[in-house]
Design a protein around this ligand. Structure first.
Ligand SMILES: Nc1ncnc2c1ncn2[C@@H]1O[C@H](COP(=O)(O)OP(=O)(O)OP(=O)(O)O)[C@@H](O)[C@H]1O
Length: 207
């Protein structure tokens, strides 16, 4: 799996958030999009995912040199982001079951095992609306990291996590993301220290 940005740019009204961005992301590597608050990290991540349309240039996804059409990109990726909502009326188990109908999880793990891995097995009967913010974040991480897809996009993945949540995140990345293409959008080094490549969004403000 490869994702290529070619002369990519995004603007909101007159403000260019990033411009003239050429970059290739390759499976097996982890990348961090860094920059201060409001610099455009989430916008770039959303542009890569196809959720936000570029104002200039292109974002092309390909697998074994065969191009993946824009409408099929979603089949190859999973995303965890603050803007993505959980179905609060469901329990975590129901939600993960629901998600797996559209996007199956890695086949060797059951949903009970996934809940155990993110340390939520004691809350399986509780509706998500009664979860703490950190517990909700663990559900978001579970649905992204355990999806059977080659690309994992993580926007501020440790939002609301405590120390043990950070440790859990580091362990999940180590155990389950090695062969994937991971892109993390963050300004917290603990969220992206494992990324060998860094894209500083501030380098793409002026052409
Ligand atoms: N739909 C939109 N319409 C207009 N402006 C937008 C829109 N979405 C984002 N922006 C603006 O684009 C800029 C970049 O926002 P973005 O959320 O990508 O930054 P960020 O680097 O992820 O910030 P943070 O670290 O605070 O999460 C901000 O100035 C924001 O107000």
């Amino acid at each position: 799996m490869q994702i290529t940005l070619a002369d990519a740019g995004k603007r909101f009204n007159r403000d260019w958030i990033f411009k003239s961005l050429d970059y290739t992301f390759v499976q097996g590597n982890a990348y961090a999009i860094i920059g201060n608050n409001g610099s455009g990290k989430s916008t770039l991540l959303q542009s890569i995912s196809g959720a936000v349309e570029l104002s200039a240039g292109q974002c092309n996804w390909s697998m074994d040199l065969a191009k993946i059409s824009t409408e099929n990109v979603f089949r190859y990726m999973a995303i965890a982001a603050p803007s993505l909502e959980l179905v609060e009326e469901m329990t975590a188990k129901e939600f993960l079951n629901f998600h797996s109908v559209f996007k199956p999880f890695v086949s060797h793990l059951s949903i009970n095992e996934i809940l155990e891995l993110v340390q939520l097995s004691s809350a399986t009967k509780k509706q998500i609306r009664y979860f703490s913010s950190g517990m909700k974040q663990r559900v978001k991480l579970a649905q992204a990291i355990f999806s059977d897809v080659p690309v994992i996009l993580l926007d501020e993945p440790c939002t609301n996590l405590d120390r043990s949540g950070y440790n859990l995140y580091h362990q999940l990345i180590k155990d389950f993301c090695k062969e994937k293409l991971v892109i993390v959008s963050s300004n917290d080094e603990e969220e992206y220290f494992f990324c060998s490549e860094k894209i500083d969004i501030r380098d793409y403000k002026i052409s």
